[in-house]
Write a protein that binds this ligand. Structure first.
Ligand code: XMP
Length: 477
């Protein structure tokens, strides 16, 4: 008997039929959704854990806009944990462990440390963290030499406004406004530093009302681990650094390796939210949900840099993969991320329409000002590198960092390296994507993401229909 061959579709193969709508504005669409069993998102957008997509700046920007960034793992564990810590410090209500510097440090050391940490000033303290003063960028302006010590130019303790331990955020905010100061250190009865409230954090609260934060006002961020080598230690360090969710991410997530990794991770990091992947079938979704995961990442081969399907002959067109996985995941109340192949906002509407809760994006966010990596200029055009996590370049980077034991001659890449045009800020791209999603919700009369999941009636289209869907029969500029 020859094998039965089923039809599988992807985003461009289908359209959603418009429905009678009660919307008067697309602003009526509520884009709130679930990332995992416990974590929610203000917008259903996750940036990919790829080395040219998500580092600190991307993760901070995404979380401020209501999404989440998953920090890539192609760096040392120490660096990885530091990136998570920096995202966690980017925004606060009360900073519980403010950076400090000793009074004997030089002006030059202050300049280096503030630049490294990305802060405007530091609390000055002795070894027991007793507060001695504050050194701010304003104090630095009056330094006459880089060799001067902090003690010589800081604003000393007796000239500072400080608050006592136990002060509420609202009260601290009032003091900052009343005294017209930028930093309010919090100390205990012995004068030891207990926290800090800054005007910069208060400004952020107003500027990013949709920010995806936890109860202490810190931005939500994800980390990623594999299933080999240092993954247990990496997971533990990321959890210590404050990561909110771990993505256990390998090319073929429906495997013994993944099952064992989940069991081990559950043992050493109990309580952390675990998203696992990548998968592309109902069977995989069932097995991983049965083990008890908090989110599933679906997509084998749809990504812009992926060549898995070419190299292995395996994969599932993304719409079918998401639909089949999500149907099972729903029974277990496990949210699904549709990962890879999102090229336009309509694809997000379709992914959610077949059951996804959010989408993960790589290529669209690569080449933005917030993605890691340098801008390369060719002629009058600017580009940034974008490469698959299973590309030769990334294997080489892993090898150089000591993260990969395999000989490079054994590498069979399932991803490619490329460049993408420099696109400016990711904020503008997200604005367009979310605007398109909201419009799609209005076309289907879906006021919430859950309604969108239920309301979509799909039709399969032909090549002629696809051609008709894009701009056609007009000149190009
Ligand atoms: P987009 O299309 O948004 O997809 O760029 C991002 C997703 O692509 C996956 N990815 C890979 N898949 N080989 C693959 O087969 C690779 O080298 C590779 N690198 C990334 C990943 O799921 C990512 O989120």
């Amino acid at each position: 008997m020859p094998p039965t061959i089923k039809l599988a579709l992807t985003y461009d193969d289908v359209l959603i039929t418009p429905k009678r709508s009660t919307f008067t504005s697309r602003k009526e669409a509520n884009t709130k959704t679930r990332l995992t069993k416990k974590l929610s998102l203000g917008i259903p957008i996750v940036s990919a854990n790829m080395d040219m997509v998500t580092g600190e700046t991307m993760a901070v920007t995404l979380a401020r806009l209501g999404g989440i960034g998953i920090i890539h793992r192609f760096m040392t564990i120490e660096e990885n944990a530091n990136v998570i810590k920096r995202v966690k410090r980017a925004q606060n209500l009360i900073i519980s462990d403010p950076y400090t510097i000793e009074p004997t440090a030089t002006v030059m050391e202050v300049k280096i440390r503030t630049a490294e940490l990305g802060v405007g000033g530091l609390l000055v303290a002795n070894k027991d963290r007793k507060l001695l003063g504050v050194i701010s960028s304003r104090d630095l302006l009056f330094a006459t030499s880089d060799a001067q010590t902090v003690a010589e130019i800081m604003t000393p303790y007796d000239k500072l406004v400080v608050a006592k331990k136990g002060v509420t955020f609202v009260e601290a905010k009032r003091i900052l406004a009343e005294k017209k100061i930028e930093k309010l250190p919090i100390v205990n009865n012995e004068g030891v530093i207990e926290g800090l409230v800054t005007m910069a954090d208060i400004k952020n609260l107003g500027q990013y009302p949709l920010a995806n934060v936890n109860s202490d006002g810190k931005l939500i961020v994800g980390g990623s681990v594999g299933v080999h080598g240092d993954y247990i230690e990496r997971a533990q360090e990321l959890v210590k650094a404050g990561v909110d969710v771990l993505v256990v991410d390998i090319a073929h997530g429906h495997s013994d390796l993944m099952v064992k990794a989940i069991e081990k991770l559950r043992g050493v990091c109990p309580g952390v939210e675990l998203i696992v992947g990548n998968i592309a079938t109902a069977d995989a979704a069932r097995e991983l949900c049965e083990i008890g995961v908090d989110g599933l990442k679906v997509g084998v081969g749809p990504g812009a840099t992926c060549i898995t399907r070419l190299v292995t002959g395996c994969g599932v067109p993304q719409l079918t993969a998401v639909m089949n996985s999500a149907e099972i995941a729903k029974k277990y109340n496990v949210p699904v991320i549709a990962d890879g192949g999102i090229q336009k906002s309509g694809d997000i509407v379709k992914a959610i329409g077949v059951g996804a809760d959010s989408v993960m994006i790589g290529a669209l966010f690569a080449g933005t000002a917030e993605s890691p990596g340098r801008i390369v200029t060719r002629g009058d055009k600017k580009f940034k590198v974008y490469r698959g996590s299973a590309s030769f370049d990334v294997s080489e980077k892993r090898k150089n960092l000591g993260l990969e034991k395999k000989d490079l001659s054994e590498v069979v890449p399932e991803g490619v390296e490329s460049v993408v045009p420099f696109k400016g800020s990711v904020t503008d791209i997200i604005g367009q994507l979310v605007g398109g999603l909201r419009s799609g919700m209005s076309y289907t009369n879906s006021h919430t993401v859950d309604e969108l999941k239920q309301n979509c009636e799909f039709i399969q289209i032909t090549n002629a229909g696809q051609r008709e869907s894009g701009p056609h029969d007009i000149g190009s500029l």
